[in-house]
Design a binder for this molecule. Sequence first.
Ligand SMILES: Cc1ncc(COP(=O)(O)O)c(C=O)c1O
Length: 401
Amino acid sequence: MKVPFFNLDRQYTQIKPEMEKQALECLSGCAYIEGPAVKELEAALSRYLHVKHAISCGNGTDALRLALRACGVRVGDEVITSPFTFFATAEAVASLGATPVFVDIDPITLNLNPELVEAAITPRTRAILPVDIFGVPADMDAINGIANRHGLRVVEDAAQAIGAQYHGRMAGTLAHAGCFSFYPTKNLGACGDGGMIVTDDDDVAALCRAFKTHGSGRNGQKAAALLGMDADGGELDGQMQGDSFYDPYKYFNYLIGENSRLDTLQAALLLTKLNHLDEYNQKRAQNARRYAQGLGNTPLRLPPLSPEGMVPCWHQYATMAPDKKELAACLVKAQIGTGAFYPVPLHLQKAFRSLGYREGSLPHAERACRESVCLPIFPELTQDEAEYVMATIRGHYGLNG
Ligand SMILES: Cc1ncc(COP(=O)(O)O)c(C=O)c1O
């Protein structure tokens, strides 16, 4: 049997008529940028997540950049974050001219360890950027508590955590701003790139909207005012009423932003997939339960099925293998797809060499990178495939029969 690590084909085949209907409507509607589906998706996600503002953008990396900037992160600031995540988390910080400060993870949840955060705060610290890694929310109450005591902002990297819950609240809504990615393999994946920022804070929302569209228009004007810049609309202030053809503010720019829009086509396809998200996440959870039952007596360290107060969305099923190389070789031989998230902790990435971290500086993140073997957990994985994965692993450890 051949078991893929991830398979988009199966999902597409199941929802093909809905997806193609949406795509064709969007194509014939011709409103390819800022079309109606974009607003609909933003409204649908704010309802789904119970959050006031949802601001779409080009991808999850941009969502982080925009949210961090809206939370006041500037050149020379420090942002405390996890070393055990995808590169984009810390790249977003560095791309704003700020410095990522890596703090080690909790070895069980694999998320930023709040107990180590306080010691990393300096006068330059502006924000904390926890990551809900693999779909398990970070310890947000503890992190928010530290942030409140020190006057810091918190941005939640929920790129992998759409639909996960933390003490009854939705992941991504647990900080000043939360960021999602719609990369095709995410639990809610587009057919291309896409991202979303969510927040209950009106000012953060206005700033994100301004930054993502060249600092122009009413949002640009509002953002400039919030930032204490010259936000006088001049003679246009009197012209805003009654012009239904175009927004005269569009070509009036109040600050330097960027272009990070979600395509209408992607928004339309995401709206279709959003209807299935809970069902997909339940199927992922069912696969996690199967693995927990079938692999419990192997030497693998398995992710906790129900971390206290949390409902993970099972973006990945990351096991920790004492013999990662040998197990991975066995799985490859058995034609089972696996992922090694993440082979290199961010503090040891070449791109961050100038920060001066050495091997041994963050031992739990380094160990997770040495041991992590992610198993297929996508919603359409069949019971037979899961059984085959488990039998192969038990066989590898001499536990079959
Ligand atoms: C934890 C995390 N942060 C940020 C990103 C960046 O998202 P994107 O690829 O949409 O830019 C990703 C995913 O790719 C991610 O997994």
